[in-house]
Design a protein around this ligand. Structure first.
Ligand code: HEM
Length: 505
């Protein structure tokens, strides 16, 4: 098909693949397709991404699934994904789960359609909030939130109790983004139950995922109760956010944090400012996007560290070497934890906590020279499978091995084979924030504790648009190496063969 730039506006929202893929018949789909229902055999509404990954292994680098009369194309082969990264022919597609979040976040940065003017405006106004200088400013606050976590873990360690890893990581990351970005304290560590913000957020993310599994015309009927609950969750989130903004307006500005930028900063070229409604959407966006995925990334990393004492020892030795015995590592000392960072990279390879992103053709084109696509046709990139492509990562792609991220190994791989933060203009704006926060916290936890796994635990992964390890608990034990005042306690050795979860089977 010739490459042309069509002039007509691309319709918004969902477009079934028949509308945009002229050679759809050449793309495989699972066997046993059922009339009306489509490719539902072997798939659960609770684990749509993990089911798609299992199908991907059977069907190859590009495949399609049908559900309730709508057809989706999934892509994960390295060559195809690299081609989709070409910003001159493809752009972000707001579809499926992301589009279902529009009632919550509207034209906020994550859910905005490419053509919406508020995307560029907010991007330009907020990007300096993630500069190196801004990050260095957040660092002391990140340290003080991490201190709340270690106080909590110290008590658990003293009593020999288990800690709820995803629960505690969620407290940590929510407090971190709330305090650094918005000067707000949710008091998460003072609560025995999750903050209502977290409960409402989990409710609304799960609902956005569930909507994909119901025939659209029947959704109002079948999901009447769930829709009502979702409306309540959205209202609760809005209410909490309004209070954060109200307080700031009452108390005055705070050293140019994200909220200050949202409220005070005009676009450098146009002088335009974000409207009150858009500020509300951005605050919700950043509070949600700024903590849920980082919490998952930390949780998976701690899971793997607890199962691989050799890796934990090596990472710990690095922390001791780079940080010495300071209680408050400086900003620059975090990026120097190269091996700890590899542990995080490898955890995000196996479990990219935002597991998919979608790309649409901005003109008629041919994907990787093989698959014609009309302008507006789109495909979902299945990141966990891209990250486990044996042609790129080897036959042992399911094995946890941080050395895959040593510089020589990284240089030996083709570009666009590692995409936990998405791609192009719409890639994650908070990438450096997440990496700094997570590396810092892993460093602090490794230095302070041995991480003892629950020997009976088998990794199960919950999906709510994001990935999160389910019911993961660890027993932290204080160690003495860098802190001579504390009695030594060495961990039992974990078992290195467990822990890649269902996707490895
Ligand atoms: C490990 C942690 C994180 C992961 C894995 C992650 C992943 C992603 C991915 C894959 C996208 C692209 C989605 C798409 O193309 O549809 C994205 C976008 C985004 N992320 Fe993150 N993210 C993380 C942390 C953060 C943090 C800490 C923040 C804010 C402080 C943040 C804010 C955003 C925003 C606002 C967008 C939309 C950007 C735009 O479209 O302009 N993320 N993230």
């Amino acid at each position: 098909m010739a490459e042309t730039t069509a002039r007509a506006a691309v319709p918004k929202g969902f477009r079934s693949a028949e509308q945009g893929w002229p050679a759809l018949h050449r793309i495989p789909h699972p066997p046993h397709r059922l009339p009306l229902l489509g490719d539902v055999i072997g798939s659960s509404r609770r684990t749509p991404v993990q089911d798609s990954v299992r199908m991907a292994r059977q069907l190859g680098p590009i495949f399609r699934r049908r559900a309730f009369g709508r057809e989706f194309v999934f892509t994960w082969g390295a060559r195809l994904v690299a081609d989709l990264a070409d910003e001159s022919r493809f752009a972000k597609h707001v579809g499926l789960g992301v589009a279902n979040l529009r009632p919550l976040a509207g034209d906020g940065l994550f859910t905005a359609y490419n053509h919406e003017p508020n995307w560029q405006l907010a991007h330009d106004v907020l990007a300096p909030g993630f500069s190196r200088e801004a990050m260095a400013g957040y660092h002391p606050m990140m340290l003080s939130v991490a201190a709340r976590l270690t106080e909590h873990w110290d008590r658990a360690a003293a009593d020999g109790r288990w800690v709820d890893v995803p629960g505690d990581m969620t407290k940590l990351t929510l407090e971190t983004i709330a305090r650094t970005g918005f000067g707000h304290d949710f008091g998460s560590f003072e609560r025995s139950r999750p903050h209502p913000f977290v409960t409402a957020m989990v409710g609304t993310l799960s609902h956005a995922q569930r909507l994909n599994n119901v025939p659209p015309p029947l959704a109002p009927l079948l999901l009447r109760r769930a829709n009502r609950r979702n409306a309540e969750d959205i209202a609760r989130l809005g209410h909490i956010v309004d209070e954060v903004v109200r307080r700031r307006r009452a108390d005055g500005h705070a050293d140019g944090d994200l909220l200050d930028r949202m409220l005070e900063t005009a676009h450098p070229d146009t002088g335009e400012r974000l409207s009150a409604e858009n500020v509300r959407r951005q605050v919700i966006t950043f509070l949600v996007a700024g903590h849920e995925t980082t919490s998952g990334a930390l949780s998976f990393a701690l899971h793997y560290l607890s199962l691989h004492p050799d890796v934990a020892d090596r990472a710990r030795a690095e922390v001791d070497r780079v940080w010495g015995d300071t209680d408050t590592p400086a900003y620059e000392q975090v990026a120097r934890l190269r091996y700890v960072r590899r542990v995080l990279d490898e955890s995000l390879r196996l479990w990219p906590t935002a597991p998919a992103y979608s790309r649409e053709a901005t003109r008629d084109t041919v994907l990787a020279g093989k698959h014609p696509m009309r302008r507006g046709a789109w495909t979902m990139v299945l990141i966990p499978m891209l990250h486990r492509d044996p042609e790129v990562w080897g036959v042992d792609a399911d094995r946890f091995d941080p050395d895959r991220f040593d510089p020589a190994a990284v240089r030996s791989r083709p570009p666009h084979t590692y995409k936990p933060f998405g791609t192009g203009a719409r890639a994650c704006i908070g990438r450096q924030f997440a990496l700094h926060e997570a590396t810092l916290v892993l460093g602090l936890l490794l230095r302070r504790y041995d991480l003892r796994p629950d020997p009976s635990y088998r990794l199960r992964v919950t999906e709510r648009l994001t990935f999160m390890p389910e019911n993961l608990r660890l027993r932290p034990a204080r160690r003495s190496a860098a802190r001579p005042d504390i009695p030594a306690q060495r961990t039992d050795s974990g078992t290195a063969s467990r822990g890649t979860g269902g996707l490895a089977d």
